[in-house]
Design a binder for this molecule. Structure first.
Ligand SMILES: [Zn+2]
Length: 334
C-alpha cells in the first residue's frame, strides 16, 4: 500500500485541497519510494467519501439502519471537532473539517517519529516543538498549518516510509471512527432513543461504543484484496482520545483553561469505554503489533506532558503564549 497524504499538503485558509501540489511534494520528499501513478491510484482508493460509503454499508448490515439522507461536508471551519447537523427539516450533513484531517495526520506522524527515534536528540526536540505547535496554534486557535510548518514536518519524516505508513493507516481508522460516531447520533434519533437531561454524556458514550463496533467489524471482515483498515491500528481511536487529552492539557498548562462541556465527557473516560468494547470476546484481533505501537505512542504522550509542564515552570514557553488572544476567545464563548 502506498501512503496517500494529500491532507498534509493543504495550505492555510479556505478550502485548499490541492492534489496536484500534494503529489509533487510527496515525490520531492520521498523520491525513491513512489511513482506518480501509485500516488494517484491510492488517492482513488482511500478518500473520505469512500470511507463514508463503507460506514453506511455497515450501519445497514449491523443495525438495519439505512443511511440515505446524510451528506458529507468537509470545508475549513476552524474546528478540530467533527459534528452532525440535523435539524430534522433540512438535509442532515456530517462535518469533518479540513483542519481535522491535516491536524490528525500530522499529529500521528510526529508522535510515531518521536517514538521511533526517541534517543536522537534532534528528532526529540523537533518532535516536541511540533507537537506543541499543533496543540497551541492549530488546536487551541484553529489556525491551519501553513506551508512552512508543513515543510518542517515533511523534512522531519523525509524518507521514513514506515512512519508514513503507520500514520496513514491509523489515520483512516480514526476517520472511519469519527464518521461512524456522527452517524450514530442520527441512528439514535431514528430509533427514538432518548437520553435524560441529567446525563447527556451517555449519548456520547453510546456513539463511541457503536462507532468502535463498526470500526472493528470493518477491520475483521475485510481482508486480503478487500482490506481497508489494518488490524494493527485497532487502538487508533484511543490515540484520537489521547490527542484531545493533550489538546486540553496544553490549554490548561499554557492558559489555565479548563475543558468543560456537560455533553462531552473527558477523553480519558471515553477511552475507558472504548477499552471495554474491544475487550469483548466477539472481537478477535491479532493485537501484538498494535499494542506495541500504542505502547510507544503512550511513552511520548507522557513525555510531552512532563516536558510541557517543566518548560512552563521554568518560564521557557513565554514566547509562544498568546494570553490576550486566548482571553478574547473565552470571552466570545461565554
Ligand atoms: Zn457525538
Amino acid at each position: 500500500m502506498v501512503p496517500q497524504l494529500y491532507d498534509l499538503f493543504k495550505f492555510g485558509g479556505g478550502t485548499a485541497k490541492d492534489d496536484e501540489r500534494g503529489i509533487k511534494r510527496m515525490l520531492q520528499y520521498f523520491p525513491d519510494f513512489f511513482t506518480e501513478e501509485q500516488l494517484r491510484n491510492n488517492m482513488q482508493h482511500y478518500n473520505l467519501s469512500r470511507m463514508f460509503e463503507l460506514v453506511k454499508q455497515y450501519f445497514e448490515k449491523e443495525y438495519g439502519y439505512k443511511v440515505d439522507d446524510i451528506t458529507l461536508s468537509n470545508r475549513y471551519q476552524n474546528t478540530i471537532n467533527s459534528y452532525i447537523y440535523d435539524d430534522k427539516e433540512n438535509p442532515a450533513f456530517i462535518h469533518i473539517d479540513e483542519l481535522f484531517e491535516s491536524t490528525v495526520i500530522s499529529f500521528l506522524l510526529v508522535m510515531f517519529k518521536w517514538s521511533k527515534d526517541f534517543d536522537n536528540l534532534d528528532v526529540y526536540s523537533e518532535c516536541f516543538r511540533y507537537t506543541l505547535f499543533l496543540m497551541n496554534e492549530v488546536c487551541i486557535f484553529g489556525n491551519m498549518q501553513g506551508q512552512y510548518a508543513n515543510d518542517v514536518l515533511l523534512h522531519l519524516v523525509t524518507g521514513d516510509v514506515q512512519i508514513l505508513q503507520l500514520a496513514e493507516d491509523c489515520y483512516w481508522t480514526i476517520v472511519v471512527f469519527s464518521l461512524a460516531h456522527e452517524v450514530v447520533h442520527a441512528y439514535l434519533a431514528n430509533i427514538g432513543k432518548h437520553y435524560s437531561e441529567k446525563h447527556p454524556e451517555k449519548e456520547e458514550f453510546d456513539a463511541d461504543m457503536i462507532a468502535y463496533h463498526i470500526v472493528l467489524k470493518i477491520m475483521m471482515e475485510n481482508s486480503g484484496e478487500n482490506k481497508v483498515l489494518e488490524e494493527y491500528t485497532y487502538l487508533a481511536p484511543m490515540m484520537y482520545m489521547d490527542f484531545f487529552d493533550l489538546y486540553y492539557y496544553t490549554d490548561r498548562v499554557l492558559y489555565k483553561s479548563w475543558f468543560y462541556d456537560p455533553k462531552h465527557p473527558l477523553p480519558i473516560e471515553r477511552k475507558n469505554r472504548l477499552f471495554a468494547v474491544v475487550d469483548k470476546d466477539e472481537y478477535e484481533l491479532d493485537t501484538v503489533e498494535g499494542n506495541h505501537l500504542y505502547g510507544g505512542f503512550l511513552d511520548v504522550y507522557d513525555e510531552y506532558k512532563d516536558q510541557l509542564l517543566l518548560k512552563m515552570e521554568r518560564g521557557k514557553l513565554n514566547k509562544i503564549i498568546h494570553m490576550d488572544k486566548r482571553k478574547m476567545m473565552r470571552g466570545a464563548q461565554e
